[in-house]
Design a protein around this ligand. Sequence first.
Ligand code: CUA
Length: 365
Amino acid sequence: MFAGSLSCTHRVRLWLARTGALALVVGAALSSAFGQDAGDGGEMRPVADMFQPLSRPAEMILGPTIVVLLVTTGIFVVVSSVLIFVIWKFRRKSDADDHQEPPQIYGSTHIELAWTVVPIIITVVLILVTSRTIGEIQNRKLPENAVQIRLVGHQWWWEVHYPKEGIITANEIHVPRSDRTGPGERPTEIILESADVIHSFWVPQLAGKTDLVPNKRNRTWIEPFSTGTFFGNCAEYCGTQHANMLLRVIVEEPEAYERWIQKMKAPVPAPATELVAAGRKAFFANSCVSCHRVEGTPAAGIFGPDLTKLATRQTIGAGVAPLTPENLRSWVRDPQILKTGCLMPDMKLSESEVDSITAYLLTLK
Ligand code: CUA
């Protein structure tokens, strides 16, 4: 069905590539702001372009996306051309207007049939094209070795669980790169839940959107074929900081992914300096622990992000700022400055507590 539209597809992609120049400029600015420290996240991919899929489900929806885009663009062009023509043709003409009422037409079976039947046919074709692909994606049997992730949406951050490995983290998902076939084929299954309102998981280069709905368990999967850090975001309005509910998917070579798993399981080091020890003490003395968890310590809060390996992440505040000592210090002093409206309050810590807690948090890796 797509064979005939291939050259068309190419032209559309070319056009999109050209109009994407602005997005690239914005993306370059973003990557200079956020991408300087790629760490072991590999290549940064801040331009989340769904027309350049790098994962199986995103590749599968590209064809139907272009078909729907072409059909709806055609409808838009026809409707707006007719509208512009009618507005121009029947505009008020002072000299020719005889002030007579124009002929009144009540109903036309032919025209009414045309504007009912044609849209129905178009809609049915679009339903068939898209539901076939949706079915193929949803019914895909994933291999036994697939990575399992449980992703819980919160206002406004992502809780990430690796149930098989017993790892909990936040806002950054690590997955292995998959081969298209053979033993290296290893997709990632993602179970989606919500702790409060509806959110939506969207990493455009990896897969289409799937909602995270309270009291419901949704499922999606990704299968990236290229390494790098992929940018995603919450795609369902969920409150004040919806736009800053950002997500990163870090795709690594299988060996690097296994190393990451081991690093996440390794115990947190004991404080090495007096400042860090003081910070640890202040962290437990204040109410940080009622919301945050640090594996292997009495901190077992579940309302905020798990901080066990906080210092290994690229960003803080679900992507609101790069993780640097200055930004982390600003966050500890008053999170409302970087992320107004977020659910972590200003704890009114003293300057020395802010310094020591920041130093302690930076050792969590
Ligand atoms: Cu979460 Cu929008």
